[in-house]
Ligand binder design. Structure first.
Ligand code: AQP
Length: 348
C-alpha cells in the first residue's frame, strides 16, 4: 500500500526557452507540492509534445536537458519526485492512441490553444498538434494523477482530460467491472491553477494582453529562467507601463494590463498577493516600483539561472536522472496500460 494519498503529474515541453511564466505557472508549484508528504509527484519533460510543431532534433536534445536542469535548479529533488522524459516511457504513446479513439472531433474543435497556434494556417498544421490534448490526457491518466499543477492557459485541456476519463469509464463500464474493478477506472484529475500566491497567467512584457510565451519572436517580451542579472534588469526596465502612478487598490488595475502584470509578478515572486504589493507601492511611480521588482527578480531567479547553467554542462548526470525516473514511471504505467488493453478487447 502506497504511503501517498494524492498523486501529482505535470510536464513542460522542451520547445523553447523556459521563461518566468513556466516558472511561476508551473515549476514553483511543483516544488511546493513536493514538500507536502501526502503527494507523490511525477514531473515529466514532455518531449513528444515538442515535435508537434517544426523542430530541430539537435536543439530538442539540448532543450530536454535544459528543462530537466530547470526542474533541478528550482528545487525538484529526483529522490523525492519522479523526473523523466516522456518518450522513454512508450505507454504514453499507447494510451494516447487509445484516447484518439475515445475523444470526439467536436471536443478538439473547441480547443482554443490549437486555434491560437494554428491561426489561419490550420490546414498546414500537424495532426499531432491538433490531437495534442489527447496525448496530454494520456500523460495524466496513465498515472491516475489526482492533481495537475498547471498555468491557467491549460485549463481547457484539463477539462478535456476529465471528459476523456469519464467517457472511457462509461463506455467500458461492463469490461471494467469484469476486471474486478468496482470503482471508476480512471480518476478525474483536479487542476491546481491558482495557489501559493502565483498569478493566474504571466503576461508578455511588451503587451500585457498576450501571455508570456517561448514562441514570441522578441526575447524582450519574456524573462528567461537563465537570463543573467543584467539582462533581467534591462528587460524589466524596458517593460511596457502606462503614465499613471500605481493605484492603491487592485480594482484600479482592471484596465491597466501591463501594470497588473508587473504587480502580480512581484506578488508571486514575493509569495504575497497583489493587494499587499499595492499597499507598499500604491501612489508611487513605476520607476521606484521597477527598481524594487528588479532587485526581487534578481534575488529569486538569478541563483536558479546560475544553477541551471552549471547543471546543463553535466549532460551525463542529467541523463542518468532521466533514465532512472523513466524506469520508475514505467513501473507505474505498464500495469495500467495492460489493463486498458484488456478492457478495450486487445489480446495481451
Ligand atoms: N505565461 C504563462 N503564465 C503562466 N503559466 C504559463 N505556462 C506557460 N506559459 C505561462 C505554464 O507552463 C507549463 C508548461 O507549458 P508548456 O511547456 O506546455 O508550454 P506552453 O504553455 O505552450 O508554454 P509557452 O512557452 O507559452 O509555449 P508556446 O509559446 O509554444 O505557447 C504549463 O503548466 C503552462 O500552463
Amino acid at each position: 500500500m502506497s504511503k501517498f494519498t494524492k498523486r501529482v503529474f505535470s510536464g513542460i515541453q522542451p520547445s523553447g526557452k523556459l521563461h518566468l511564466g513556466n516558472y511561476l505557472g508551473a515549476i514553483q508549484k511543483f516544488v511546493t507540492l513536493q514538500e507536502d508528504d501526502s503527494y507523490e509527484n511525477i514531473y515529466c519533460v514532455v518531449d513528444m509534445h515538442a515535435i508537434t510543431v517544426a523542430q530541430d532534433p539537435k536543439i530538442l536534445r539540448a532543450r530536454t536537458l535544459e528543462v530537466t536542469a530547470a526542474y533541478l535548479a528550482s528545487g525538484i529533488d529526483p529522490t523525492k519526485s519522479i523526473v523523466f522524459n516522456q518518450s522513454r516511457v512508450s505507454q504514453h504513446a499507447e494510451l494516447g492512441w487509445i484516447f484518439n479513439c475515445v475523444a470526439r472531433l467536436g471536443w478538439l474543435n473547441r480547443m482554443t490553444q490549437f486555434k491560437d497556434k494554428a491561426g489561419k494556417n490550420s490546414e498546414r498544421m500537424s495532426v499531432g498538434l491538433y490531437a495534442y490534448p489527447n496525448l496530454m490526457a494520456a500523460d495524466i491518466l496513465l498515472y491516475n494523477a489526482t492533481h495537475v499543477p498547471v498555468g491557467d492557459d491549460q485549463k481547457q485541456h484539463l477539462e478535456l482530460c476529465r471528459d476523456i476519463a469519464q467517457k472511457f469509464n462509461n463506455d467500458y463500464a461492463e469490461q471494467i467491472q469484469q476486471l474486478g474493478i468496482e470503482s471508476d477506472f480512471f480518476t478525474q484529475p483536479e487542476p491546481l491553477i491558482d495557489f501559493g500566491g502565483a498569478p493566474v497567467r504571466v503576461m508578455n512584457l511588451r503587451d500585457g494582453t498576450k501571455k508570456m510565451s517561448s514562441s514570441a519572436e522578441s526575447d524582450m517580451t519574456r524573462i528567461n529562467m537563465n537570463d543573467d542579472s543584467d539582462t533581467l534588469a534591462k528587460k524589466l526596465k524596458k517593460a511596457k507601463t502606462d503614465p499613471e502612478a500605481l493605484p492603491s487598490e487592485v480594482a484600479g488595475l482592471a484596465e491597466r494590463p501591463e501594470a497588473r502584470n508587473l504587480i502580480s509578478i512581484f506578488a508571486a515572486l514575493d509569495n504575497s498577493d497583489s493587494q499587499a504589493v499595492l499597499n507598499q507601492f500604491g501612489g508611487q511611480q513605476f520607476r521606484e516600483f521597477k527598481a524594487a521588482l528588479i532587485e526581487l527578480a534578481v534575488t529569486k531567479i538569478g541563483p536558479i539561472g546560475d544553477e541551471m547553467n552549471r547543471l546543463i554542462k553535466d549532460e551525463a548526470h542529467i541523463d542518468t536522472i532521466l533514465k532512472d525516473g523513466a524506469d520508475k514511471a514505467r513501473a507505474l504505467a505498464e500495469p495500467l496500460v495492460k489493463d486498458v488493453k484488456k478492457i478495450v478487447g486487445f489480446m495481451v
